[in-house]
Write a protein that binds this ligand. Structure first.
Ligand SMILES: Nc1ncnc2c1ncn2[C@@H]1O[C@H](COP(=O)(O)OP(=O)(O)OP(=O)(O)O)[C@@H](O)[C@H]1O
Ligand SMILES: O=P(O)(O)OC[C@@]1(O)O[C@H](CO)[C@@H](O)[C@@H]1O
Length: 307
């Protein structure tokens, strides 16, 4: 089974306005409300591509109910631990430029954390995949990320990790199947500017030395670089299209890549599908639909650029 974990989900409120003015009353042209959080975005994209999956993590309050109902409507199976407190709201402002304001989210207490680990300890088996994506939640530490990485390693499940700096590096010793930092995150991890393809490849290799199996460094509108377990380096390019909302592009890329890899064990096809999913989401309101992904796959160029 494919499982996603979002420790700190959100209702994403996307607001489009012509001209954002700080310190003034701004009225939006258009707004939309979608279930968000990185693991949840991965679940939605996987299901739209035809892959059954279970979304887990913590939700609560009316925002939590909204996420539960939205996922059910998508055909994703929601199996979250229910909290007494309210799931956060993240504001995505689309004006002259994209501005994001992410809420803090409720505190997760030790009893609820144990419930989530018990859920996985009871179920996880060889061949499953666990996507742990997004930031931590108040009350949780890097030890919880490490514990999940260890459990996946013991049960021989693919562990896919897309999170921030210290949370990510803490898990590398447990050999996550895939990590996907973007260039800014790579730069933050190594405290150095990442300003060339050579530096992307160099620091991706450093992450592999630290334990990551496969690494995708995503570069937004400039595509992505994949360093594989076998030491090959591939670059994907982006197709032409109009960017509408890039929120969730990285999550979509992760979902598309891993699903295809589990099916084919073919790195080129998997990177093509991942890249198509990322661009399709960037060209959509919210997470992409499968028909756009299928159309873009044919246009994506992937090139082997080194070893
Ligand atoms: N402006 C764009 N035009 C075309 N494709 C894009 C664009 N932005 C992103 N993509 C595609 O999606 C992939 C992932 O995007 P990006 O590097 O922005 O991920 P991210 O920083 O993790 O994003 P997020 O956190 O919003 O999910 C890129 O490698 C690319 O293939
Ligand atoms: O606060 P986090 O967990 O780092 O990121 C959460 C978030 O910004 O990431 C997703 C896009 O990748 C959005 O759906 C969501 O609002």
């Amino acid at each position: 089974m494919l499982y996603t974990i979002t420790f700190n989900p959100a209702v994403d409120v996307v607001m489009n306005l012509d001209n954002l003015q700080l310190g003034a009353l701004n009225r939006v042209e258009k707004d939309s409300y979608v279930a968000g959080g990185k693991g949840i975005n991965i679940s939605v994209l996987l299901k739209r591509l035809g892959y059954d999956n279970v979304a887990t993590g913590f939700i609560g309050g009316f925002t939590g109910d909204f996420i539960h109902d939205s996922l059910t409507a998508e055909g994703v199976k929601p199996e979250f631990i229910k909290l007494d407190a309210m799931t956060r709201i993240n504001v995505k402002l689309k004006a002259q430029e994209e501005t994001e304001i992410n809420g803090k989210g409720p505190v997760i207490d030790a009893a609820n954390i144990e419930k989530l680990f018990n859920y996985f300890e009871e179920r996880l088996t060889e061949g499953d995949a666990v996507f742990l994506a997004g930031n931590t939640a108040p009350g949780m530490t890097s030890d919880h990320f490490v514990r999940m990485a260890q459990l996946c390693q013991i049960r021989k499940a693919h562990f896919v990790l897309d999170t921030n700096k210290d949370l990510l590096t803490a898990c590398l010793a447990y050999h996550p199947f895939l990590i996907k930092p973007n260039a800014d995150e790579l730069s933050e991890i190594f405290q150095t500017p990442i300003d060339s393809l050579a530096s992307v490849i160099h620091y991706a290799k450093e992450l592999q030395v630290l334990g990551a199996t496969n690494i995708i460094v995503s570069l937004g509108g400039k595509g992505a670089v994949l360093l594989t377990e076998t030491g090959d380096v591939y670059q994907s390019y982006v197709p032409k299209g109009q960017v509408i909302n890039s929120v969730g592009a990285g999550d979509s890329m992760v979902a598309g890549f891993v699903a295809k890899y589990i099916e084919t064990q073919d790195y080129v096809e998997s990177l093509k599908q991942g890249a198509a999913c990322g661009s399709a989401t960037a060209f959509s309101v919210g997470i992409a639909q499968a028909d756009l992904v299928d159309a873009l796959v044919k246009e994506i160029k992937v090139e082997r650029i080194g070893e």
